[in-house]
Design a protein around this ligand. Structure first.
Ligand code: MF3
Ligand code: CO
Ligand code: CO
Length: 274
């Protein structure tokens, strides 16, 4: 990045960028398209669908809307989506795999619109899923909300993690430690790191104009994960079910703005349980 580019990056506090109204406008457009992409996929996430066909639908949707799939080519990744099924924690690679009745899937998309990144993921139930799968998706969505609700100027990144961890552990689930939320904007993965566990009052102080993701990964079993030999796919070590919820948010003068809210009202898509 170019430090002298003061038009695009008007302020910088330490290593964390503070964005102006033009940044908020850019993120609203990017976040909206990312959410619309997940909305568009909803009726296609059914038993028998091939995950690389979902990836193709998403890629075409993004390109048709004049945007770019940010993951395609990112660090050698060759797909538009990450589709993480059952005990896959994140970075599941679209493939010839077919989704089956009862699968619990996270779909994560990042779009690049006019240079701004919109990054979001949600849970989808494939047909009817076991009650424990639906419960995990709900705990995970609520974990995201608990983290979101502490976002305001003066709070810290550690406050977000502490709120998420307290909720998840009260539900006898665990928070994945190996992946975190991240600053974003014109840069895909930027400062600060947003840990989904930790202590109140630690970390970076939030200020208006900071943009980052909150994206807790929650396991029904233990938090430990491992990466498969493809170099991407993260799975729970104990093979327990895992879920995730991600949104791109901005810190405002009084609290937060979610850039990736679902225009179709599918912020928390319905998951049918047995
Ligand atoms: N969207 C993911 C995130 O939440 C990043 C995926 S990187 C990829 O940060 F290369 F795996 F696509
Ligand atoms: Co992210
Ligand atoms: Co993401």
């Amino acid at each position: 990045m170019n430090q002298s580019d003061t038009v695009e990056f008007p302020h910088k506090t330490g290593h964390i960028r503070l964005h102006d109204e033009a940044g908020f406008e850019g993120m609203r457009k990017a976040g909206r398209l990312a959410a619309e992409c997940l909305d568009m996929l909803t009726p296609h996430v059914v038993p028998g669908v091939v995950t690389e066909d979902l990836d193709r639908l998403a890629r075409e949707f993004i390109l048709d809307n004049g945007a770019l799939p940010a993951c395609l080519g990112y660090r050698g990744y060759r797909h538009t989506l990450c589709i993480s099924v059952n005990h896959v924690v994140c970075h599941g690679i679209p493939s010839e795999r077919t989704l089956r009745e009862g699968d619990l899937a996270n779909i994560d998309v990042t779009v690049l619109v006019d240079g701004w990144h919109g990054d979001t993921s949600r849970m989808y139930g494939v047909g009817k899923v076991p009650a424990r799968a639906r419960r995990l998706a709900e705990v995970t969505y609520d974990a995201f909300q608990r983290g979101l609700e502490v976002v305001r100027p003066g709070a810290t990144t550690g406050d977000i993690g502490a709120a998420i961890q307290a909720w998840v552990e009260s539900q006898r689930c665990s928070v994945v430690r190996d992946f975190c939320g991240h600053g974003l904007g014109r840069v895909f993965h930027d400062a600060p790191n947003i840990l989904h566990y930790g202590k109140k009052g630690t970390g970076e102080v939030l200020r208006p104009g900071m943009f980052f993701t909150i994206e807790p990964m929650v396991n029904l079993g233990k938090w430990q994960v491992k990466i498969l030999s493809d170099g991407w796919t993260a799975v729970t070590r104990d093979k327990s079910l895992s879920a995730q919820c991600e949104h791109s948010v901005g810190v405002t003068e009084t609290g937060y703005e979610v850039f990736t809210a679902s225009p179709a009202g599918l912020f928390q898509p319905p998951i049918q349980a047995d």
